[in-house]
Design a protein around this ligand. Sequence first.
Ligand code: AMP
Ligand code: GLY
Length: 425
Amino acid sequence: MRILVVGSGGREHALCWAIAASPLCDKLYCAPGNPGIAKLAELVPIAAMELDKIVAFARDRAIDLLVVGPEQPLVAGLVDKAEDAGIKTFGPRAAAAVLEGSKGFTKDLCARHGIPTAAYRRFTDAEAACDYVAAKGAPIVVKADGLAAGKGVTVARAVGEAQQAIRDALLGGRFGQSGSSVVVEEFLEGEIASYFALVDGAHALPLVTVQDHKAVGDGDTGPNTGGMGCYSPVPAMTEAMAEATLNRIVRPTVAAMAAEGRPYKGVLFTELMICRDGPKLIEFNVRFGDPECQVMMLRLKSDIVPALLAACDGELNSFDLRWHDDAALSVVIAAKGYPEKPVAGGPIRGIERAEALPGVTVFHAGTKNDSQGRLVAAGGRVLNVTARSATVAEAQALAYRAVDLIDFPDGFCRRDIGWRALRRG
Ligand code: AMP
Ligand code: GLY
Protein backbone atom coordinates (compact mmCIF):
# COMPACT_ATOMS: atom_id res chain seq x y z
CA MET A 1 0.00 0.00 0.00
CA ARG A 2 0.95 3.60 -0.58
CA ILE A 3 0.16 5.64 2.52
CA LEU A 4 0.19 9.40 3.13
CA VAL A 5 0.20 10.88 6.65
CA VAL A 6 -0.70 14.56 7.11
CA GLY A 7 0.91 16.58 9.91
CA SER A 8 4.31 17.52 11.30
CA GLY A 9 4.44 16.83 15.03
CA GLY A 10 5.32 14.08 17.45
CA ARG A 11 1.92 12.47 16.96
CA GLU A 12 2.53 12.14 13.23
CA HIS A 13 6.08 10.89 13.83
CA ALA A 14 4.65 8.14 16.05
CA LEU A 15 1.97 7.29 13.47
CA CYS A 16 4.60 7.10 10.73
CA TRP A 17 6.79 4.94 13.00
CA ALA A 18 3.95 2.46 13.48
CA ILE A 19 2.79 2.54 9.85
CA ALA A 20 6.33 2.16 8.47
CA ALA A 21 6.67 -1.03 10.53
CA SER A 22 3.64 -2.58 8.82
CA PRO A 23 4.34 -5.20 6.16
CA LEU A 24 1.33 -3.74 4.33
CA CYS A 25 3.12 -0.44 3.77
CA ASP A 26 5.25 -0.32 0.58
CA LYS A 27 5.65 3.43 0.38
CA LEU A 28 5.09 6.06 3.07
CA TYR A 29 4.78 9.82 2.51
CA CYS A 30 4.28 12.54 5.08
CA ALA A 31 3.09 16.09 4.39
CA PRO A 32 4.87 18.17 5.55
CA GLY A 33 6.56 15.96 8.20
CA ASN A 34 9.75 16.83 10.11
CA PRO A 35 13.41 15.68 10.23
CA GLY A 36 12.57 12.70 12.46
CA ILE A 37 9.81 11.54 10.12
CA ALA A 38 12.23 11.97 7.17
CA LYS A 39 13.99 8.79 8.34
CA LEU A 40 10.78 6.78 7.85
CA ALA A 41 8.88 8.50 5.07
CA GLU A 42 9.38 10.64 2.00
CA LEU A 43 8.53 14.20 3.01
CA VAL A 44 6.14 16.16 0.80
CA PRO A 45 6.41 19.96 1.09
CA ILE A 46 2.69 20.61 1.45
CA ALA A 47 1.28 22.15 4.65
CA ALA A 48 -1.54 20.40 6.52
CA MET A 49 -4.04 23.13 5.66
CA GLU A 50 -3.31 23.08 1.90
CA LEU A 51 -6.25 20.76 1.43
CA ASP A 52 -6.52 20.83 -2.36
CA LYS A 53 -2.79 20.29 -2.80
CA ILE A 54 -2.89 17.28 -0.46
CA VAL A 55 -5.76 15.74 -2.40
CA ALA A 56 -4.06 16.42 -5.76
CA PHE A 57 -0.84 14.82 -4.50
CA ALA A 58 -2.73 11.80 -3.16
CA ARG A 59 -4.49 11.27 -6.50
CA ASP A 60 -1.30 11.81 -8.44
CA ARG A 61 0.60 9.19 -6.40
CA ALA A 62 -2.33 6.76 -6.23
CA ILE A 63 -2.38 6.85 -2.43
CA ASP A 64 -4.28 3.87 -0.99
CA LEU A 65 -4.74 5.31 2.49
CA LEU A 66 -4.62 8.91 3.74
CA VAL A 67 -4.20 9.40 7.51
CA VAL A 68 -4.92 12.88 8.89
CA GLY A 69 -3.16 13.76 12.17
CA PRO A 70 -4.23 17.26 13.34
CA GLU A 71 -7.69 18.69 13.96
CA GLN A 72 -7.53 21.82 11.79
CA PRO A 73 -7.64 20.04 8.39
CA LEU A 74 -10.29 17.64 9.73
CA VAL A 75 -12.55 20.49 10.82
CA ALA A 76 -11.82 22.28 7.52
CA GLY A 77 -13.02 19.26 5.50
CA LEU A 78 -9.90 17.51 4.22
CA VAL A 79 -11.55 14.11 4.58
CA ASP A 80 -14.58 15.26 2.56
CA LYS A 81 -12.37 16.47 -0.28
CA ALA A 82 -10.21 13.34 -0.26
CA GLU A 83 -13.10 10.87 -0.09
CA ASP A 84 -14.98 12.74 -2.80
CA ALA A 85 -11.86 12.26 -4.94
CA GLY A 86 -12.02 8.52 -4.24
CA ILE A 87 -9.21 8.31 -1.67
CA LYS A 88 -9.68 6.08 1.37
CA THR A 89 -9.14 8.35 4.37
CA PHE A 90 -8.78 7.81 8.11
CA GLY A 91 -10.45 10.62 10.05
CA PRO A 92 -13.91 12.20 10.34
CA ARG A 93 -15.59 14.27 7.66
CA ALA A 94 -16.26 17.92 8.55
CA ALA A 95 -19.85 17.20 9.63
CA ALA A 96 -18.47 14.82 12.27
CA ALA A 97 -15.27 16.74 13.12
CA VAL A 98 -17.63 19.40 14.48
CA LEU A 99 -17.47 17.38 17.72
CA GLU A 100 -14.14 19.19 18.27
CA GLY A 101 -14.79 22.16 16.01
CA SER A 102 -17.78 23.45 17.99
CA LYS A 103 -18.11 22.96 21.72
CA GLY A 104 -21.64 24.35 21.50
CA PHE A 105 -22.64 21.71 18.94
CA THR A 106 -21.30 18.98 21.20
CA LYS A 107 -23.08 20.33 24.28
CA ASP A 108 -26.37 20.48 22.36
CA LEU A 109 -25.82 16.93 21.09
CA CYS A 110 -25.29 15.76 24.68
CA ALA A 111 -28.47 17.53 25.73
CA ARG A 112 -30.50 15.94 22.90
CA HIS A 113 -29.22 12.44 23.64
CA GLY A 114 -28.83 12.37 27.42
CA ILE A 115 -25.03 12.14 27.39
CA PRO A 116 -23.61 13.19 30.79
CA THR A 117 -21.76 16.51 30.75
CA ALA A 118 -21.63 19.77 32.75
CA ALA A 119 -24.79 21.93 32.71
CA TYR A 120 -24.32 24.83 30.28
CA ARG A 121 -25.70 27.70 28.22
CA ARG A 122 -24.47 29.06 24.86
CA PHE A 123 -24.08 32.81 24.22
CA THR A 124 -23.18 35.22 21.45
CA ASP A 125 -24.22 38.25 23.49
CA ALA A 126 -21.69 39.34 26.13
CA GLU A 127 -24.16 41.10 28.40
CA ALA A 128 -26.47 38.10 28.57
CA ALA A 129 -23.51 35.81 29.27
CA CYS A 130 -22.21 38.08 32.04
CA ASP A 131 -25.65 38.24 33.65
CA TYR A 132 -25.87 34.44 33.54
CA VAL A 133 -22.46 34.12 35.23
CA ALA A 134 -23.49 36.64 37.90
CA ALA A 135 -26.63 34.61 38.60
CA LYS A 136 -24.78 31.26 38.72
CA GLY A 137 -21.72 32.38 40.71
CA ALA A 138 -18.18 30.98 40.67
CA PRO A 139 -16.37 28.71 40.13
CA ILE A 140 -17.64 28.55 36.56
CA VAL A 141 -16.10 27.69 33.20
CA VAL A 142 -16.06 29.79 29.99
CA LYS A 143 -15.15 28.18 26.66
CA ALA A 144 -14.67 29.65 23.21
CA ASP A 145 -16.89 27.66 20.85
CA GLY A 146 -14.34 26.87 18.12
CA LEU A 147 -10.75 25.66 17.81
CA ALA A 148 -8.36 27.71 19.95
CA ALA A 149 -5.24 25.51 20.16
CA GLY A 150 -6.09 24.47 23.72
CA LYS A 151 -6.25 28.09 24.95
CA GLY A 152 -9.98 28.74 24.70
CA VAL A 153 -10.99 27.51 28.17
CA THR A 154 -11.08 29.64 31.33
CA VAL A 155 -11.77 27.88 34.61
CA ALA A 156 -12.80 30.97 36.57
CA ARG A 157 -12.50 31.08 40.36
CA ALA A 158 -14.38 34.39 40.52
CA VAL A 159 -17.36 35.90 38.67
CA GLY A 160 -15.24 38.84 37.47
CA GLU A 161 -12.67 36.51 35.91
CA ALA A 162 -15.39 34.65 34.01
CA GLN A 163 -16.93 37.92 32.83
CA GLN A 164 -13.52 39.12 31.62
CA ALA A 165 -13.08 35.88 29.65
CA ILE A 166 -16.52 36.40 28.10
CA ARG A 167 -15.70 39.99 27.09
CA ASP A 168 -12.28 38.97 25.72
CA ALA A 169 -13.90 36.37 23.48
CA LEU A 170 -17.16 38.05 22.43
CA LEU A 171 -16.10 41.72 22.39
CA GLY A 172 -12.29 41.66 22.23
CA GLY A 173 -11.97 39.06 19.47
CA ARG A 174 -9.32 37.18 21.46
CA PHE A 175 -9.96 33.90 19.62
CA GLY A 176 -11.11 35.40 16.34
CA GLN A 177 -14.10 33.64 14.80
CA SER A 178 -13.61 30.69 17.20
CA GLY A 179 -14.63 32.97 20.06
CA SER A 180 -17.64 34.65 18.46
CA SER A 181 -19.78 32.26 20.47
CA VAL A 182 -19.07 30.89 23.95
CA VAL A 183 -20.24 28.07 26.17
CA VAL A 184 -20.60 28.86 29.88
CA GLU A 185 -20.68 25.69 31.92
CA GLU A 186 -20.84 24.32 35.42
CA PHE A 187 -17.52 23.66 37.16
CA LEU A 188 -17.08 19.91 37.68
CA GLU A 189 -15.21 18.54 40.67
CA GLY A 190 -13.10 15.44 40.11
CA GLU A 191 -10.05 13.99 38.38
CA ILE A 192 -9.63 14.69 34.68
CA ALA A 193 -9.08 11.61 32.49
CA SER A 194 -8.93 10.63 28.83
CA TYR A 195 -10.47 7.81 26.84
CA PHE A 196 -9.60 6.86 23.28
CA ALA A 197 -11.45 4.68 20.79
CA LEU A 198 -11.25 3.92 17.10
CA VAL A 199 -14.67 4.46 15.52
CA ASP A 200 -15.97 3.24 12.15
CA GLY A 201 -19.26 5.10 11.89
CA ALA A 202 -21.15 2.60 14.02
CA HIS A 203 -18.78 0.75 16.36
CA ALA A 204 -16.15 1.85 18.87
CA LEU A 205 -12.98 -0.12 19.60
CA PRO A 206 -11.34 1.11 22.84
CA LEU A 207 -7.61 1.79 22.92
CA VAL A 208 -5.35 1.66 25.99
CA THR A 209 -5.71 4.32 28.69
CA VAL A 210 -3.33 7.30 28.70
CA GLN A 211 -3.02 10.31 31.01
CA ASP A 212 -1.53 13.60 29.91
CA HIS A 213 0.06 16.34 32.08
CA LYS A 214 -1.21 19.66 30.78
CA ALA A 215 0.40 22.18 33.13
CA VAL A 216 3.86 23.38 32.16
CA GLY A 217 5.47 22.94 35.58
CA ASP A 218 6.25 20.14 38.04
CA GLY A 219 3.41 19.36 40.44
CA ASP A 220 0.91 20.55 37.80
CA THR A 221 1.76 24.23 38.27
CA GLY A 222 1.82 27.09 35.77
CA PRO A 223 -0.15 27.65 32.58
CA ASN A 224 -1.70 24.86 30.53
CA THR A 225 0.09 23.56 27.45
CA GLY A 226 -0.69 21.08 24.69
CA GLY A 227 0.69 18.41 27.04
CA MET A 228 4.09 18.05 28.73
CA GLY A 229 4.15 14.26 28.90
CA CYS A 230 1.97 11.26 29.50
CA TYR A 231 1.91 7.63 30.53
CA SER A 232 -0.05 4.44 29.98
CA PRO A 233 -1.79 2.52 31.50
CA VAL A 234 -3.64 4.82 33.93
CA PRO A 235 -4.62 3.33 37.32
CA ALA A 236 -7.26 6.06 37.90
CA MET A 237 -9.08 4.90 34.79
CA THR A 238 -10.35 1.67 36.33
CA GLU A 239 -12.07 -0.97 34.25
CA ALA A 240 -15.41 0.11 35.70
CA MET A 241 -14.78 3.77 34.80
CA ALA A 242 -13.66 2.78 31.29
CA GLU A 243 -16.83 0.69 30.84
CA ALA A 244 -19.00 3.54 32.07
CA THR A 245 -17.27 5.96 29.68
CA LEU A 246 -17.76 3.59 26.76
CA ASN A 247 -21.40 2.87 27.56
CA ARG A 248 -22.61 6.29 28.73
CA ILE A 249 -20.54 8.66 26.58
CA VAL A 250 -18.74 7.07 23.63
CA ARG A 251 -21.33 4.60 22.30
CA PRO A 252 -24.25 7.03 22.72
CA THR A 253 -22.26 9.71 20.87
CA VAL A 254 -21.39 7.38 18.00
CA ALA A 255 -25.05 6.34 17.77
CA ALA A 256 -26.28 9.94 18.01
CA MET A 257 -23.94 11.13 15.28
CA ALA A 258 -25.02 8.30 12.98
CA ALA A 259 -28.70 9.00 13.72
CA GLU A 260 -28.21 12.69 12.90
CA GLY A 261 -26.59 11.94 9.55
CA ARG A 262 -23.04 12.72 10.67
CA PRO A 263 -21.46 9.26 11.00
CA TYR A 264 -18.19 9.49 12.92
CA LYS A 265 -15.09 7.58 11.90
CA GLY A 266 -11.50 7.99 12.99
CA VAL A 267 -10.21 8.28 16.55
CA LEU A 268 -12.55 9.71 19.14
CA PHE A 269 -10.58 11.24 22.02
CA THR A 270 -12.85 11.84 25.00
CA GLU A 271 -11.76 14.12 27.82
CA LEU A 272 -13.84 13.46 30.88
CA MET A 273 -14.13 14.28 34.53
CA ILE A 274 -14.32 11.35 36.92
CA CYS A 275 -17.12 12.63 39.16
CA ARG A 276 -18.77 11.03 42.18
CA ASP A 277 -21.75 10.00 40.04
CA GLY A 278 -19.61 8.69 37.18
CA PRO A 279 -17.81 10.07 34.13
CA LYS A 280 -18.93 13.35 32.57
CA LEU A 281 -17.80 14.65 29.20
CA ILE A 282 -15.46 17.65 29.26
CA GLU A 283 -14.80 17.72 25.52
CA PHE A 284 -14.18 15.61 22.45
CA ASN A 285 -11.17 15.73 20.17
CA VAL A 286 -11.44 14.20 16.72
CA ARG A 287 -7.84 12.97 16.45
CA PHE A 288 -5.17 11.15 18.40
CA GLY A 289 -3.79 13.00 21.43
CA ASP A 290 -0.35 14.50 21.21
CA PRO A 291 1.73 13.17 23.04
CA GLU A 292 -0.81 10.44 23.99
CA CYS A 293 -0.43 8.83 20.56
CA GLN A 294 3.31 8.40 21.13
CA VAL A 295 2.89 6.13 24.18
CA MET A 296 0.02 4.28 22.50
CA MET A 297 2.13 3.43 19.47
CA LEU A 298 4.89 2.09 21.72
CA ARG A 299 2.40 -0.18 23.48
CA LEU A 300 0.64 -1.34 20.31
CA LYS A 301 1.64 -4.87 19.38
CA SER A 302 -0.73 -5.33 16.42
CA ASP A 303 -0.13 -3.91 12.97
CA ILE A 304 -1.82 -0.49 12.98
CA VAL A 305 -2.65 -0.41 9.27
CA PRO A 306 -5.43 -3.04 9.30
CA ALA A 307 -6.98 -1.19 12.27
CA LEU A 308 -7.00 2.11 10.36
CA LEU A 309 -8.50 0.31 7.35
CA ALA A 310 -11.16 -1.37 9.47
CA ALA A 311 -12.17 2.06 10.83
CA CYS A 312 -12.47 3.37 7.25
CA ASP A 313 -14.41 0.31 6.08
CA GLY A 314 -16.89 0.00 8.95
CA GLU A 315 -15.38 -3.30 10.11
CA LEU A 316 -14.31 -2.57 13.69
CA ASN A 317 -17.06 -4.74 15.13
CA SER A 318 -15.10 -7.89 14.41
CA PHE A 319 -11.71 -6.33 15.05
CA ASP A 320 -9.28 -6.79 17.88
CA LEU A 321 -6.03 -5.09 18.86
CA ARG A 322 -3.21 -6.60 20.87
CA TRP A 323 -1.09 -4.51 23.23
CA HIS A 324 2.15 -5.01 25.11
CA ASP A 325 1.58 -5.51 28.84
CA ASP A 326 4.46 -3.11 29.40
CA ALA A 327 3.84 0.47 30.42
CA ALA A 328 5.01 3.42 28.33
CA LEU A 329 5.80 6.99 29.26
CA SER A 330 6.69 10.06 27.21
CA VAL A 331 8.50 13.18 28.40
CA VAL A 332 8.11 16.31 26.30
CA ILE A 333 11.22 18.44 25.96
CA ALA A 334 10.01 21.94 25.15
CA ALA A 335 11.89 25.06 24.11
CA LYS A 336 12.56 27.47 27.00
CA GLY A 337 9.78 30.05 27.20
CA TYR A 338 7.04 27.59 26.15
CA PRO A 339 4.04 28.00 26.19
CA GLU A 340 4.18 31.83 26.01
CA LYS A 341 7.28 32.53 23.89
CA PRO A 342 9.38 29.48 23.01
CA VAL A 343 12.98 30.17 21.97
CA ALA A 344 13.46 29.04 18.37
CA GLY A 345 16.60 27.67 16.80
CA GLY A 346 18.29 26.02 19.78
CA PRO A 347 20.69 23.25 18.66
CA ILE A 348 19.88 19.62 19.59
CA ARG A 349 22.41 16.80 19.87
CA GLY A 350 22.52 13.30 21.30
CA ILE A 351 19.23 11.81 20.10
CA GLU A 352 21.13 8.74 18.82
CA ARG A 353 22.69 8.24 22.27
CA ALA A 354 19.24 8.36 23.86
CA GLU A 355 17.76 5.96 21.31
CA ALA A 356 20.59 3.50 21.89
CA LEU A 357 18.93 2.66 25.23
CA PRO A 358 16.72 -0.42 24.67
CA GLY A 359 13.06 0.54 24.83
CA VAL A 360 13.58 4.24 24.05
CA THR A 361 12.19 6.03 20.99
CA VAL A 362 12.57 9.78 20.50
CA PHE A 363 9.84 11.36 18.41
CA HIS A 364 10.37 14.78 16.85
CA ALA A 365 7.62 17.26 17.68
CA GLY A 366 9.05 20.60 16.61
CA THR A 367 12.45 20.32 14.92
CA LYS A 368 14.04 21.34 11.64
CA ASN A 369 17.43 21.23 9.97
CA ASP A 370 19.05 24.65 9.78
CA SER A 371 20.91 25.99 6.73
CA GLN A 372 24.01 24.03 7.80
CA GLY A 373 22.05 20.83 8.21
CA ARG A 374 22.13 20.85 12.03
CA LEU A 375 19.06 19.80 13.97
CA VAL A 376 17.47 22.75 15.79
CA ALA A 377 14.26 23.54 17.67
CA ALA A 378 11.35 24.83 15.59
CA GLY A 379 8.36 24.89 17.88
CA GLY A 380 7.16 24.97 21.47
CA ARG A 381 7.21 21.25 22.09
CA VAL A 382 10.40 19.96 20.47
CA LEU A 383 11.01 16.28 21.34
CA ASN A 384 8.99 13.43 22.86
CA VAL A 385 11.34 11.09 24.69
CA THR A 386 9.32 7.92 24.96
CA ALA A 387 10.14 4.70 26.80
CA ARG A 388 8.54 1.30 27.19
CA SER A 389 9.28 -0.89 30.21
CA ALA A 390 7.55 -3.30 32.59
CA THR A 391 6.00 -0.68 34.89
CA VAL A 392 5.26 3.04 34.82
CA ALA A 393 8.07 3.55 37.38
CA GLU A 394 10.59 1.74 35.17
CA ALA A 395 9.41 3.50 32.03
CA GLN A 396 9.76 6.81 33.86
CA ALA A 397 13.32 6.03 35.00
CA LEU A 398 14.27 4.92 31.48
CA ALA A 399 12.72 7.98 29.82
CA TYR A 400 14.60 10.36 32.12
CA ARG A 401 17.87 8.48 31.55
CA ALA A 402 17.30 9.08 27.85
CA VAL A 403 16.36 12.75 28.43
CA ASP A 404 19.68 13.24 30.24
CA LEU A 405 21.61 11.94 27.22
CA ILE A 406 20.13 14.63 24.99
CA ASP A 407 22.05 17.87 24.69
CA PHE A 408 19.54 20.69 24.12
CA PRO A 409 20.61 23.70 26.23
CA ASP A 410 17.60 25.77 25.16
CA GLY A 411 15.13 23.09 26.26
CA PHE A 412 13.42 22.06 29.47
CA CYS A 413 11.08 19.31 30.64
CA ARG A 414 8.96 18.36 33.62
CA ARG A 415 10.70 15.95 35.96
CA ASP A 416 7.57 14.32 37.36
CA ILE A 417 5.73 12.80 34.40
CA GLY A 418 3.73 9.84 35.69
CA TRP A 419 3.50 11.08 39.28
CA ARG A 420 -0.18 10.28 39.70
CA ALA A 421 0.39 6.63 38.82
CA LEU A 422 3.50 6.37 41.00
CA ARG A 423 1.79 7.96 43.98
CA ARG A 424 -0.75 5.16 43.88
CA GLY A 425 2.14 2.66 44.11
P1 AMP B 1 -10.39 21.63 27.59
O1 AMP B 1 -9.63 22.54 26.68
O2 AMP B 1 -11.84 21.56 27.33
O3 AMP B 1 -9.72 20.30 27.72
O4 AMP B 1 -10.27 22.28 29.04
C1 AMP B 1 -9.02 22.56 29.62
C2 AMP B 1 -9.04 22.13 31.05
O5 AMP B 1 -9.98 22.89 31.77
C3 AMP B 1 -9.46 20.69 31.23
O6 AMP B 1 -8.41 19.80 31.07
C4 AMP B 1 -10.01 20.70 32.64
O7 AMP B 1 -8.95 20.56 33.56
C5 AMP B 1 -10.59 22.09 32.77
N1 AMP B 1 -12.05 22.08 32.57
C6 AMP B 1 -12.73 22.18 31.40
N2 AMP B 1 -14.06 22.14 31.61
C7 AMP B 1 -14.24 22.02 32.95
C8 AMP B 1 -15.38 21.95 33.81
N3 AMP B 1 -16.63 21.99 33.33
N4 AMP B 1 -15.17 21.83 35.13
C9 AMP B 1 -13.92 21.82 35.64
N5 AMP B 1 -12.81 21.89 34.90
C10 AMP B 1 -12.95 22.00 33.56
N1 GLY C 1 -2.39 16.22 24.72
C1 GLY C 1 -3.69 16.72 24.59
C2 GLY C 1 -4.19 16.85 23.23
O1 GLY C 1 -3.66 16.28 22.29
O2 GLY C 1 -5.18 17.52 23.05
